[in-house]
Design a protein around this ligand. Structure first.
Ligand SMILES: C[S@@+](CC[C@H](N)C(=O)[O-])C[C@H]1O[C@@H](n2cnc3c(N)ncnc32)[C@H](O)[C@@H]1O
Length: 268
């Protein structure tokens, strides 16, 4: 099937994320959204994020990176591209494979098969972030893969992810509330971004923050997103109460070892 104009008109929604999809339950209730984007802005400067990881783990042989709510993989691909650009493929080997999980089996099937829905302008965005290497990392395809046909997913075009990126991620279906207990305690970055409000029970969100604190050692970190605090989910507060402190240079990064800016923290 070609991605023709009719298809685009039916599915186009100018939300300017790379992958947009609403998932409803059996009685029509909104369960979650798979919305994600390449170099998602709420993280701030992705160069700085890659530098933070490089600096934090410069003296270790192996670092572990997880995404507990990976959706289509935009975030992990963004990070891999930045790590390769910054440290070279060889020197960044210790960060891979990234373990990317999501409880949505359809989105993980698509990611496992190496397809990534994109919006117009994503190629430019990637080129600007990688010194013009869009074609080294992705190939635009002109058909709609089977795994995407039965998903109401928004996109302008679909890219096949080339092995240089795809081979550096292991995608798996997993619930974050369980997966968080399986992460390596030492030298780990756990991206748990823009999904906490989908845990509708406050106790589950508190439990997740506590489980992450219990599992991770002090040289590891948790990274959240803007949606996690903007929606009444109190993720920063729950992480703070569990014992984490935000990194003064990036308020979305939570560490055990970071020095709090002040004890007059605004949640107190
Ligand atoms: C809004 S997207 C965010 C994707 C990505 N982390 C980002 O920030 O761009 C939320 C994702 O979290 C997933 N999700 C929601 N609850 C989850 C849970 N309990 N365990 C794992 N994934 C979950 C959804 O399937 C969806 O793909």
């Amino acid at each position: 099937m070609k991605i023709d104009n009719d298809y685009k008109l039916k599915y186009y929604s100018p939300v300017f994320t790379s992958c947009g999809r609403d998932v409803y339950g059996t009685v029509g209730q909104l369960m979650h959204r798979n919305d994600t984007s390449l170099f998602r802005m709420d993280l701030g400067n992705w160069d700085k994020f890659a530098e933070y990881i490089g600096e934090k783990f410069k003296n270790v042989q192996k670092a572990n990176i997880y995404s507990l709510s990976s959706s289509a993989g935009d975030e992990v691909y963004s990070l891999i591209m930045k790590l390769i650009e910054k440290y070279g493929e060889n020197n960044s080997k210790k960060f891979f494979p990234i373990i990317a999980s999501d409880y949505d089996s359809k989105i993980i099937k698509m990611a496992k098969e190496g397809f990534l829905p994109m919006y117009e302008g994503d190629d430019t965005l990637i080129n600007r972030n990688t010194n013009g290497k869009f074609n080294e990392y992705f190939e635009v395809i002109d058909y709609i893969p089977e795994c995407i046909k039965d998903m109401d997913i928004f996109f302008d075009f679909i890219a096949k992810v080339k092995p240089i990126l795809r081979d550096k991620v292991v995608f798996k279906i997993a619930d974050a509330t369980e997966e968080c207990k399986l992460v390596e305690p030492n030298n780990s970055i756990v991206m748990a971004r823009n999904f906490w409000p989908y845990l509708k029970d406050e106790n589950k969100r508190i439990q997740l923050a506590n489980d992450l604190y219990k599992t991770l050692d002090k040289n590891s970190a948790v990274v959240i997103g803007k949606f996690d605090d903007n929606s009444g989910a109190f993720t920063s507060k729950n992480l703070y109460d569990a014992g984490f402190r935000c990194n003064p240079e990036n308020y979305y990064i939570y560490e055990k070892s970071a020095i709090p800016l002040t004890d007059m923290y605004y949640f107190k």
